[in-house]
Design a binder for this molecule. Structure first.
Ligand SMILES: [Fe+2]
Ligand SMILES: [Fe+2]
Length: 218
């Protein structure tokens, strides 16, 4: 019996406890451990001015919060969506998001910074959105993942443009994240994800804009 099959036999109380455990692992710094070594490990540490360090830290804080949201989205979805044929694919994507979370957290520390204080609020919001999308139906839930990953790729490309050219460590992390996020989005759409209506995608962009503006500083 696979892990996902076992989960299907858990009671609601068991699942809520697992969700709480997952939330604490995501939100408490130092609790998430990557399965893959960070792409930053092989990159040279560049000499950053104070302004460049602050810029890089602000961008990596945004990306870290994005990964907190990704964890919450997948967890919320796993609570309500059926996804019988793609549960393992989704679990694999969620595991890769843990890598991203841990890589961003380590890089933030190296940049002498910290994760956003607003992460619990964004976790709760994203969990609710993931659970709501899962409850509406698998094709919408998968479409929501597909659209989220598409928007994340666009914003990561934007961060590559903004990051100091010699911050090779942050750049290496973002480049690998783009590869992974693209794959997550493609898998969700290939599994039957529907294109979301324009007002929904516009609303998601608006919310992401608010998140970016707040977490760059707080
Ligand atoms: Fe990610
Ligand atoms: Fe992803």
């Amino acid at each position: 019996m696979s892990t996902s099959d076992k989960r299907d036999h858990f009671s609601l109380a068991d699942r809520l406890i697992l969700q709480l455990d997952q939330a604490l692992h995501t939100l408490i710094p130092g609790s998430s451990h990557a399965q893959r070594s960070s792409p930053a490990a092989k990159a040279e540490e560049g000499e950053l001015s104070e302004a460049e360090r602050l810029l890089a830290a602000g961008l990596m804080r945004i990306n870290h919060t994005g990964e907190v949201c990704a964890q919450a989205l997948y967890q919320g979805q796993s609570l309500t969506a059926r996804l019988p044929d793609v549960r393992d694919t989704m679990n694999h994507a969620a595991a890769e998001e843990v890598d991203h979370l841990a890589w961003c957290e380590t890089r933030l520390k190296e940049l002498d910074s910290r994760p956003s204080l607003l992460n619990p609020a964004f976790y709760a919001l994203s969990f609710g959105l993931g659970a709501a999308a899962g409850a509406v139906g698998d094709k919408w839930s998968l479409g929501f993942v597909g659209e989220t990953e598409k928007q994340v790729c666009e914003h990561l490309q934007d961060h590559l443009q903004q990051l100091p050219a010699h911050d090779q460590k942050s750049r290496a992390i973002i480049q690998q994240m783009i590869i992974d996020e693209q794959k997550h989005g493609d898998s969700a759409m290939a599994a039957g994800g529907a294109d979301l209506p324009l007002p929904i995608t516009a609303g998601m962009k608006l919310m992401a804009g608010v998140m970016k503006a707040l977490t760059k500083r707080v």
